[in-house]
Design a binder for this molecule. Structure first.
Ligand code: SAM
Ligand code: SF4
Length: 322
């Protein structure tokens, strides 16, 4: 289905949980999220499946499961298996911090998961600990290897770049793409909720690109079908590719193809707008499939043409489902 600005909306990102086993400095305060959802406020898997089934009818072809940390939710593999059986749904991906990926990768792949994005902001164990506050780098690296081994493809590595914190590893991450066919993606740090964003910590896509080209070599553009907001490049003689996601400095909204469903059942037309449609209330109020469909159509029609740069979503990223 097309939105009011002729963009084809075929992608739904679903946060299945607001809890997390890490406390990344760019996402959460050290003590975690203060008002975690009570269990009965979180959409059940059955409710999510119903929403996806109806959304597929409207043209959604791809979903991404995210959180919080999606691998913390009980019975996530069974849920993926059921999702994979929905007719018309072409692609299921997951975004995870990778801590539990080694344990789950094979079951997820066998259950129908196709691709995985792993958040990894440093490959220095001490710095990894500083950024995530909890967790061990080794678990994530083993999770990434296992994902590749069991055939999740592509494996994307997402690095949120922060000046003075991990920007000294930009070149190391870029060089990684020479050796393995991962997609190494550099993400601009965004102000979200009450996170620690500041202008001093922010580093733009252009600066990251320049630093890679100066230290390593030319970035050759790669044309990817359906690349969403990301732009892709390659270093010469590389197995993998390098991506940039620059919500702060590029006009990514023109290519926006998505809706977001929060763990508590709010459908969001845009990451950067706090407009939400309360699908859970509508469903638990006994709505028919037709009424649920209408609510999804309404949300698509609420998609703004572009985000306001100065706008900062009130919800933390972990509850929106980044
Ligand atoms: N826990 C999972 C993970 O970390 O991959 C999934 C949820 S996390 C909120 C999803 C993505 O949002 C991660 O790739 C993370 O790096 C990104 N993210 C969170 N806060 C961000 C911020 N302030 N700026 C840019 N990206 C952010
Ligand atoms: Fe957890 Fe992901 Fe947020 Fe890190 S980015 S605190 S892993 S939800």
């Amino acid at each position: 289905m097309k939105d009011g600005y002729s963009r084809e909306i075929d992608y739904l990102r679903i946060s299945v949980i607001d809890r997390c086993n890490l406390r990344c400095i760019y996402c959460m305060p050290e003590e975690g999220i203060s008002n975690l959802l009570p269990h009965d406020e979180i959409l059940t898997y059955e409710e999510i499946l119903k929403i996806v089934e109806i959304a597929v009818d409207l043209g959604i072809r791809k979903v991404r499961i995210t959180g919080g940390e999606p691998l913390l939710r009980k019975d996530i593999v069974t849920f993926i298996e059921k999702l994979a059986k929905l007719e018309g749904l072409k692609d299921i991906g997951m975004t995870t911090n990778g801590v539990l990926l080694k344990k789950f990768a094979r079951q997820l792949r066998e259950g129908g998961l196709k691709r995985v994005n792993v958040s990894l902001d440093s490959i220095n164990p001490d710095k990894f600990k500083t950024i995530t506050r909890l967790g061990s780098l080794n678990d994530v690296l083993e999770g990434i290897e296992e994902a590749k081994k069991v055939g999740l493809d592509p494996v994307k590595i997402n690095m949120v770049v922060m000046r003075g914190i991990n920007d000294d590893e930009i070149e190391t991450f870029a060089l990684w793409s020479r050796e393995v066919d991962y997609q190494i993606r550099f993400i601009e740090f965004m102000p979200v909720g009450q996170n620690s964003w500041s202008r001093e910590l922010f580093i733009s896509k252009n600066e990251i690109k320049e630093r890679i080209e100066k230290k390593i070599g030319k970035l050759i553009p790669v044309n990817m079908k359906k690349s969403g907001p990301a732009e892709y490049f390659m270093l010469e003689k590389s197995e993998g590719i390098i991506g940039f996601i620059s919500p702060m400095t590029s006009h990514i909204c023109v290519r926006c193809n998505r809706l977001r469903l929060t763990a508590d059942g709010k459908l969001r037309p845009c990451l950067f707008s706090d407009t939400e449609i309360d699908l859970k209330r509508i469903m638990r109020g006994g709505a028919s499939d037709r009424q649920i469909k209408d609510a999804i159509v309404d949300t698509i029609n609420l998609k703004p043409q572009g985000m306001l740069r100065e706008s900062k979503p009130l919800r933390p990223m972990s509850t929106i489902g980044g």
